[in-house]
Design a protein around this ligand. Structure first.
Ligand code: FAD
Length: 491
């Protein structure tokens, strides 16, 4: 019997193979539930679930994945999955950063529940990955879930594929994930009975509404920040971003076209002058990556958008300037397609727009003029003796500038820093010490680049000293985090 026959004759093996290869959120969840049913395993119980699943699936392909995950789980930071065994965490958002945080907390042994308001992963846009994120994802078995992951010199992946990989790892590690559930706020503990913090959810019938937790992690993206956190606006000069995706048929001609990993005007004035002279399109920069789609992101100059009829009227404020009423959508499609054709030297045959989740051509125009970051990375609340640690990760903590591709890299760094904070919290460190250390680490985040983080990426762990050179974990003192933005503990 060859390996393939073996997989097919054992229903659990074949369900596991379907799970590994599933390419849509629905397929991942469906095959996973079927697998658990087939093996009579309840998907509960933190890391113990992973141990039970492992003992049920011990054929070659599953074993190759367990080898990787076991190596990760064996890291000293996790204390054999006991470091946070009594912590109960709720995570908001199944974006890349919420899922990556969930995985770290699961390795630490915590009970992790994640809520996601949507029911699918639909973002074709492609993210740039720093070398440490590629190494990190490979160590989590990314190639087992997505064979094309960063082959050769590729250093990028579509957002949806990244979410699929992380969703699969999180499920295997026992993270409970509830789609179609929106977090709408916190329910403090009641005075009369000894209870913990709970969440106000939509739909209110969700069983997660009964879950009591002592740690809340918000990874709800740039638009969602929980109550209590102050945001700082960083305003730059007007920057209008356009993203677009075309169908990738993986033909020979398409394979041969070179990617553009970021051409900025200052480095290639000739290219941009030619583009303007021949097409009237005026850009600051352009990036082209291939994954499931042909993906382009560019920063366009306002004047050329007006001249090409994409923006109908010049307006003082960016919101009105880019409002749906002031944009000619057809002209925007032509602008994006022309820029894509010119920058790939007209070598991509028959460019056809990929569709977005609304079944419309996947083209979008965004304002990057102002980006937000949270003033604090964490805060502590206390009510009737029950303490709650709240942390932010990903775009919800610091919004990235897409053409630089900092979103996932800084998002993963913040996910590791947050897991470290949870570990210190679970070890009984005082709230003020936990917060002071977290803010000391957060000070580093916005300056990080592949050049100024530690070079030894194989040693990266949740311990910040493995990633940030010469970090001072006591840069912020406990008495600097006593303001209402940090702690809401009754005297
Ligand atoms: P996100 O990926 O935004 O995930 C947040 C998740 O939280 C979402 O799934 C959302 O549905 C969920 N959520 C929000 N509120 C709630 C709630 N109340 N309850 C439950 N769930 C909730 N970056 C690039 O570098 N290049 C790009 O081209 C690019 N394109 C993007 C296109 C779009 C439409 C968006 C939104 C982001 C894009 N980004 C891009 C940013 C990039 O996706 C993020 O930097 C990266 O995904 C890390 O984000 P995250 O996990 O913090 O948040």
């Amino acid at each position: 019997m060859n390996r393939q026959d073996g997989e097919q004759s054992n229903p659990a093996h074949s369900l596991f193979e379907t799970f590994l290869r599933a390419n849509q959120c629905e397929g991942v969840l469906g095959s996973f539930q079927a697998l658990c049913k087939q093996l009579a395993l309840e998907h509960k119980g933190q890391l113990q679930f992973y141990q039970k699943l492992k003992s049920c699936l011990n054929y070659w392909n599953a074993k190759a994945l367990w080898l990787k995950l076991d190596k990760k789980a064996g890291h000293r930071d996790y204390d054999r999955g006991t470091a946070c065994a009594s912590s109960k965490c709720l995570i908001i958002g199944a974006g890349p950063c919420g899922l990556r945080t969930a995985i770290e907390l699961a390795f630490l042994g915590a009970h992790v529940v994640l809520v996601e308001k949507r029911d699918s992963f639909s973002r074709n846009n492609v993210l740039h990955l720093w070398p440490f994120t590629i190494q990190d994802l490979k160590a989590l078995g990314a190639k087992k879930f997505y064979g094309r992951f960063c082959t050769g010199t590729l250093d990028h992946i579509s957002i949806r594929q990244l979410q699929l990989i992380l969703l699969k790892v999180a499920l295997l590690l026992g993270v409970e994930i509830h789609f179609n559930v929106q977090f709408n706020g916190l329910l403090p503990p009641e005075a009369k009975r000894s209870s913990g913090w709970r969440a106000l959810l939509q739909p209110s019938s969700s069983p997660v509404g009964q879950y009591e937790f002592d740690i809340l992690i918000s990874a709800g993206g740039g638009k969602f920040v929980p109550e209590g956190f102050k945001r700082k606006e960083m305003r730059g000069k007007l920057a209008i971003g356009i993203t677009t995706n075309f169908i990738n048929r993986h033909s020979r001609a398409e394979v041969e076209v070179a990617e553009i990993s970021g051409v900025a005007r200052i480095y290639n004035q000739h290219f941009f002058r030619n583009l303007y002279n021949k097409t009237g399109i005026d850009l600051e920069n352009i990036v082209y990556y291939k994954d499931d789609t042909h993906y382009f992101v560019m920063t366009a100059k306002k004047q050329s958008l007006l001249e090409k009829g994409v923006i109908l009227q010049d307006k003082g404020d960016v919101e009105s300037l880019l409002s749906a009423q002031n944009v000619n959508h057809e002209a925007l499609l032509s602008y994006a397609k022309e820029a894509a054709n010119f920058s790939t030297n007209y070598q991509l045959p028959d460019l056809e727009f990929a569709l977005n989740h609304r079944n419309r051509p996947d083209v979008d125009m965004f304002d990057f003029t102002c980006m937000n970051r949270s003033e604090n990375a964490a805060l502590v609340r206390e009510c009737h003796g029950a303490r709650l640690l709240i942390g932010l990760v990903g775009d919800c903590l610091v919004e990235p500038f897409w053409p630089l591709g900092t979103g996932v890299a800084r998002g993963f760094l913040a996910a590791f820093d947050t897991a470290w904070m949870v570990k210190r919290w679970a070890a009984g460190t005082s709230p003020l010490d936990v917060l002071a250390e977290r803010e000391s680490i957060y000070q580093q985040l916005s300056q990080t680049s592949p050049d100024n983080t530690n070079k030894n990426i194989s040693q990266y762990s949740i311990d910040p000293t493995t990633r940030y050179p010469n970090i001072n974990l006591k840069a912020i003192k406990p008495n600097q985090v006593t303001s209402p933005g940090h702690v809401e503990i009754p005297p």
